[in-house]
Ligand binder design. Sequence first.
Ligand SMILES: Cc1cc2nc3c(=O)[nH]c(=O)nc-3n(C[C@H](O)[C@H](O)[C@H](O)COP(=O)(O)OP(=O)(O)OC[C@H]3O[C@@H](n4cnc5c(N)ncnc54)[C@H](O)[C@@H]3O)c2cc1C
Length: 378
Amino acid sequence: MDNEELTLFRDMTRRALEQEISPNIEEWEAQHMVPRQLWHTLGQAGLLCPDMPEEFGAAGTTPQVTFAIIEELSRMGFGGIASGYGIHSNIVAPYIEHFGTEEQKAQWLPKMVTGEALGALAMTEPGAGSDVQSIRTNAVKDGDEWVLNGSKIFITNGMLADLVIVAAITDPGKGAKGTSLFIVDTTLPGFARGKKIEKMGQHTSDTAELFFQDVRLPASALLGELNKGFVIMMTELPRERLGIAAQAVAAAEGALDITVDYVLERKAFGQTVASFQNTRFTLAEVKTEIAVNRAFYEKCAEAYASDSLSAEEAAMLKYASTEMQCKTIDQCLQLFGGYGYTIEYPISRFYTDARIQRIYGGTSEIMKELVARSILGR
Ligand SMILES: Cc1cc2nc3c(=O)[nH]c(=O)nc-3n(C[C@H](O)[C@H](O)[C@H](O)COP(=O)(O)OP(=O)(O)OC[C@H]3O[C@@H](n4cnc5c(N)ncnc54)[C@H](O)[C@@H]3O)c2cc1C
């Protein structure tokens, strides 16, 4: 898509989201869950997995279009839905497209495009978050099948997912070199969901604990090569981090927009809040920080499009953009005074939705470690 087409597409997306999500967002936020139907609706609107190949019923666009949808969801203050959407369209579908067999693609991608199948990615365990190499979930070969045992925590879309890509040990004692990925159909016996994990924000993305007890997987459930799970995860991480940066930059832009509207209206000491020098400087700082991050995000998105986004750049981008998101949204909320702290004003949702961005997809500290390693070589 050229720039003009992308602008038209963004407008169309915003109209669809305005119609399908805006009237319901407060109810869904209160329920801490979106209805399963939302994913069918987004599928019908052609908004799920747009960059998957046309042969699977998708639009066959570039990933730029998927990033644009993540941005519009985030800009409108639907941070939780943006996360669930990102996992489904920006992570799970590309994993299958890039590493799946023709049979796996034919089985899952058409349903992911329509919303009939919702995807999740399960790496984290109670004892292994940043240190993913310490996972204990394991799969043991038994005849033609794999037997999967273990548990995962904090899995986005976990309550509703129809397929979960699960990282499991297949060669014990070899750490990263003994880890494989499996596509787990959640209707299989032995798969169970724990209770929904209650969070401080992103209420419209459900987060679950998942359990696998002697889940018998067919040989065809293995995603990519045996014991190459880590290589696959590392290959896909730059795209995942680009998606998180898309959320960060667009959410900050959306927060700034509603803040400008508010300070122009709100009066104190006989003048608008916008007229105070502090407000003017804060808005100037926020706008500048967003612009700097948007420029780096777009540079990284272009690098991804030409297959040249490095792991270090993606880590720098994730770190910088999510720290900027939290800082600028906090500055915006301050300009709302007490109203900013109430759930009646969406700025409070921008604020609570932002906080996790510095933690999932690799914490800011882990991003700094990755960048430092690229500088020092160790
Ligand atoms: C809402 C939500 C959604 C999530 N979605 C998913 C999902 O869909 N799939 C999935 O697999 N996971 C998911 N996660 C898990 C998330 O990726 C992890 O929480 C994250 O990677 C951090 O792991 P941890 O929570 O175990 O923290 P820990 O690893 O225990 O970290 C604790 C603290 O120690 C710091 N730390 C750890 N190691 C180092 C180090 N080497 N150097 C310096 N500091 C360090 C961390 O930065 C952090 O500040 C989600 C989490 C949440 C809360």
